[in-house]
Design a protein around this ligand. Structure first.
Ligand code: FES
Ligand code: FES
Length: 168
């Protein structure tokens, strides 16, 4: 069975006729050709690498159908930077060496994006928030440090500037 969908990804509308079983992660990677969203566990919802933001909420895109996202606003890793300027979260991952192979990084960033809205999370809360994303390189110390730095950077900004880094 097929259905028409229109999904706005990083501000760009993508229309397609899709099989009703098509997963959102595959819509993003194949229909929208945005391959920064990774698939790392055979679509079983265990690795978190496919995490994206849908209408402001972090979701594992292998556990959502494309038809369920019809009419939604989606943010993927490609939508974080503003032109050549990295999102403070991306910059912090770079500065704090929050990645090794980088395969988990899009999922880490998009998961952390949701938690950055908390102005002062404890280290325990950051670790709890990220526990749904597996890093096979076990680079967690750098990842937690990067999230903490990103929170501090964003908190030091005027509210209007800070808000620009949260399009969804
Ligand atoms: S691909 Fe592993 S949780 Fe989605
Ligand atoms: S940096 Fe390699 S899987 Fe996380």
């Amino acid at each position: 069975m097929k259905r028409d969908v229109a999904i706005t990804i990083n501000g760009e509308r993508h229309e397609a006729t899709v099989d009703h079983r098509l997963l959102l992660v595959d819509f993003i990677r194949e229909n929208a050709a945005l391959t920064g969203t990774h698939q790392g566990c055979g679509y079983e919802g265990r690795c978190g690498m496919c995490t994206i933001i849908v209408d402001g909420v972090a979701v594992k895109s292998c556990l959502m159908l494309a038809v369920q996202a019809d009419g939604c606003q989606v943010l993927t890793i490609e939508g974080l930077a503003r032109g050549d300027t990295l999102h403070p979260l991306q910059h912090a991952f770079w500065e704090k060496h929050g990645l090794q192979c980088g395969f988990c990084t899009p999922g880490m960033l998009m998961t952390a994006y949701e938690y950055l809205k908390d102005p002062d999370p404890s280290e325990e809360a950051i670790r709890e928030g990220l526990k749904g994303v597996l890093c096979r390189c076990t680079g967690y110390v750098g990842i937690v440090d990067a999230v903490k730095q990103a929170i501090a950077t964003l908190e030091a900004m005027p509210a209007a500037e800070r808000a620009k880094w949260f399009p969804l």
